[in-house]
Design a protein around this ligand. Sequence first.
Ligand SMILES: C[S@@+](CC[C@H](N)C(=O)[O-])C[C@H]1O[C@@H](n2cnc3c(N)ncnc32)[C@H](O)[C@@H]1O
Length: 220
Amino acid sequence: MANTTLGLPTDLHDYLLRVAVREPAVLRRLRAETASMPEANMQIAPEQGALMTLLAELTGARRCLELGTFTGYSALAVALVLPPGGRVVCCDMSREWTDVGRRFWAEAGVDDRIEVRIGPALDSLDAMINEGASDSVDFAFVDAAKEEYPAYYERLMRLVRRGGLMLFDNVFWGGDVVNPEVDDSDVRGIRELNERLAADERVTVAMVPLADGLTLVRRR
Ligand SMILES: C[S@@+](CC[C@H](N)C(=O)[O-])C[C@H]1O[C@@H](n2cnc3c(N)ncnc32)[C@H](O)[C@@H]1O
């Protein structure tokens, strides 16, 4: 969870936001509304949204998947730049939070590009595999239950096509991945994923120290 970049001084972060993040007005409004919620720090940082937008454009992604949508900022950052026919399937437990996103997706004119699946993300992933969606996803963003990251990865290696991209958020977990005194199920899930990715020859990996750490994974 981080809506800023870990370790970056506030004045540099403000500078980055001012000169380098071209945040569309609808995303800015969504961020402002979310900021009034107690859970606001769950939202991705605007600089991460900018990177995700660029990656979606760069890869020409059409079939996108998101695990952990909250109020819909990351989904909107991607949906705004999809080519015709592009879709994002958003998996989340909360109808209430994703309904906030739905209002802004409609305002942006992209609500027809976004499908919400309410329920545990693992169930939604298994349902997609059973529906025959294996090897079809171009772009997947993972930001749901941290203890389940290794299990998401296992499913995504089936759903994402060869050459497709996966993004795993919060891979630093606020620095706790290197704190020996923290050993809860969340940090264990993230550590396990990070170790597994480092050793997995089926993928190309880059861990980017942006926001709370974002790992880019290309299925070979
Ligand atoms: C960090 S927030 C996502 C932030 C979002 N990507 C954004 O840009 O604002 C995590 C979300 O994951 C959802 N979540 C947590 N555990 C989940 C699970 N097991 N299955 C599906 N969604 C889950 C929560 O309801 C929450 O909305």
